[in-house]
Design a protein around this ligand. Structure first.
Ligand SMILES: *[C@@H]1O[C@H](CO)[C@@H](O)[C@H](O)[C@H]1NC(C)=O
Ligand SMILES: *[C@@H]1O[C@H](CO)[C@@H](O)[C@H](O)[C@H]1NC(C)=O
Ligand SMILES: *[C@@H]1O[C@H](CO)[C@@H](O)[C@H](O)[C@H]1NC(C)=O
Length: 469
């Protein structure tokens, strides 16, 4: 999911969405004083065939408790397999409830809510993301099959994570004089770059290998558009998975996109106990840059900002105007790393500098037709070249850390390998540029076969090239 780059405008279908949502809630909680344990209507549609069952089976079978973590103190950690998908994201299986129900959730460092498709009534519009099985259904969590599902109460301070601390004033039925208030936390609606999800907040048990985490706050989404699965937010906000678990660090290795939709996986490591300031052997570190604090731009506080200094193309420095490198007082600018974005995004002016450098250095003729079809640029026709070569691309960060990208992380081969295209995207070419937000978003395509560690305790990002298989 590309993070929302600016406050997203409600889509035209929002009124409809909202009315469906309120219809749903009128079904679920017919009176504000109904019990807070979620109990859905008695009508029981037979569950759709579950195409993810094999995946889930694989998931539980392969929940590896003790894949190694490069941790000098050998502290307990949990490791979760990470799968790559043709729709451009990576998912992890997470188990919630009692008994546990396992669902694939997209690992997204660019957002902070954890939510899953929920109930037999889950409705998702434009959600056929499976290329192998376009009619596949998205598996849902069934709260009524879990004895630990509780609807979050309006007066629970965690309700404010989603709605802000002022939400309590909206808990009309929860005056201080009525301590037994059962009003639920109001429904949420979350906008992503290309879709929406909405539902109600649950308190559930998150079942990690070796331990259950009670009272984990998770969104039970009943309506979505353009969502291939649920999302596990790994950003900085209080509802994110790392925040709720109090992780000291987490790390992942993103499998090559060659393994899209296969049963191959790499791992995501959640480390809650590492308390040292020690670096992991072999990693290059760069400090996280402080998040911009701008009223009304909550999302910026969720991202992981990096201090990108400059980019080299074939060894040549591409100097990025300083004003884009550091977020300004308005919160705009800067670079973030985002596991939920596929291709790295660069603001027009930065992209042009980089693209122009590639055009200067690559002698082959431009494949403009392919550029038109794919939207990628520049593309070159390298057919007939005996030893086609492409300039190296390196990102240089504050503190000296360099990310030297393997070729497969920044080009796509097309037309029987006759054509290569740079897999970095920009806007503002065909249409208007997105206003505001980070100037550069380092996407997951560029992170393939890198081991990436988010050292939250020491506020830094570590990485090294590594085969993730
Ligand atoms: C689904 O996608 C189609 C084609 O992109 C679009 O016309 C339609 O409005 C979308 N429907 C919803 C509910 O988003
Ligand atoms: C709240 O619930 C408790 C225990 O169920 C009960 O004893 C008490 O009378 C209730 N208070 C109110 C104001 O309803
Ligand atoms: C690439 O160039 C060759 C030779 O000029 C041409 O035959 C081929 O069609 C081109 N391929 C594409 C995809 O444009």
């Amino acid at each position: 999911m590309p993070p929302p780059l600016s406050s997203p405008a409600p889509s035209p279908s929002l009124p409809c969405f909202l009315s469906l949502l309120s219809l749903f809630f009128s079904l679920v909680s017919s009176s504000p004083n109904s019990p807070i344990t979620l109990s859905l209507s008695a009508s029981k549609p037979s569950p759709p065939p579950d195409p993810y069952r094999n995946l889930r089976h694989l998931v539980s079978a392969s929940l590896i408790r003790a894949r190694h973590l490069k941790n000098p103190k050998n502290t307990p950690t949990s490791t979760t397999p990470l799968f790559t998908h043709s729709y451009g994201a990576y998912s992890i299986p997470l188990s919630f409830g009692t008994p546990p129900q396992t669902l694939p959730l997209i690992m997204d460092t660019g957002s902070d809510l954890v939510w899953f498709p929920c109930t037999h009534r889950y409705v998702c519009r434009n959600c056929s993301f499976s290329t192998s099985n376009p009619s596949s259904n998205i598996p849902s969590f069934i709260p009524k099959s879990s004895s630990s599902s509780k609807v979050l109460s309006c007066v629970n301070p965690k309700c404010g994570w989603i709605h802000g601390s002022k939400v309590q004033s909206r808990c009309r039925d929860c005056e201080p004089t009525s301590p037994n208030c059962t009003q639920i936390c109001p429904p949420y609606i979350i906008f992503y770059g290309s879709g929406i999800t909405g539902g109600i907040m649950l308190s559930e048990t998150l079942d990690l290998p070796g331990k259950g985490i009670p009272d984990f706050i998770v969104g039970c989404s009943v309506l979505s558009t353009r969502q291939p699965a649920g999302i596990s937010g790994f950003g900085r906000g209080p509802p994110s998975l790392p925040s709720q678990l109090g992780l000291k660090k987490f790390s992942y290795c993103l499998l090559s996109r060659r393994y899209d939709d296969t049963t191959e996986s790499s791992s995501l490591v959640l480390d809650g106990e590492s308390d040292s300031g020690e670096k992991t052997a072999g990693l290059n570190y760069t400090p996280f840059v402080q998040n911009p604090k701008v009223a009304g731009k909550y999302a910026f506080s969720v991202y992981y900002y990096l201090g990108l200094r400059y980019i080299t193309v074939g060894g040549k420095h591409v100097k990025i105007p300083y004003k884009y490198l550091i977020p300004g007082a308005d919160g705009d600018g800067g670079t973030i790393i985002d596991s939920g974005t596929t291709f790295t995004y660069m603001k027009g002016e930065i992209f042009e500098l980089v693209a122009t450098e590639f055009e200067k250095q690559v002698q082959s003729k431009r494949a403009t037709e392919v550029e038109g079809i794919t939207g990628l640029r520049p593309c070159f026709n390298i057919s007939g070249l005996k030893t086609p070569s492409f300039p190296e691309l390196t990102l240089k960060f504050k503190g000296g850390a360099e990310m030297e990208l393997p070729l497969t992380n920044y080009v796509a081969f097309l037309g029987g390998d006759d054509v290569v295209c740079l897999t970095i995207v920009t806007d503002g070419v065909a249409g208007k540029e997105f206003a505001g937000g980070p100037a550069i978003i380092l996407g997951n395509f560029q992170q393939q076969n890198f081991y990436v560690e988010y050292d939250l305790r020491n506020e830094r990002l570590g990485f090294r090239r590594q085969s993730c298989k």
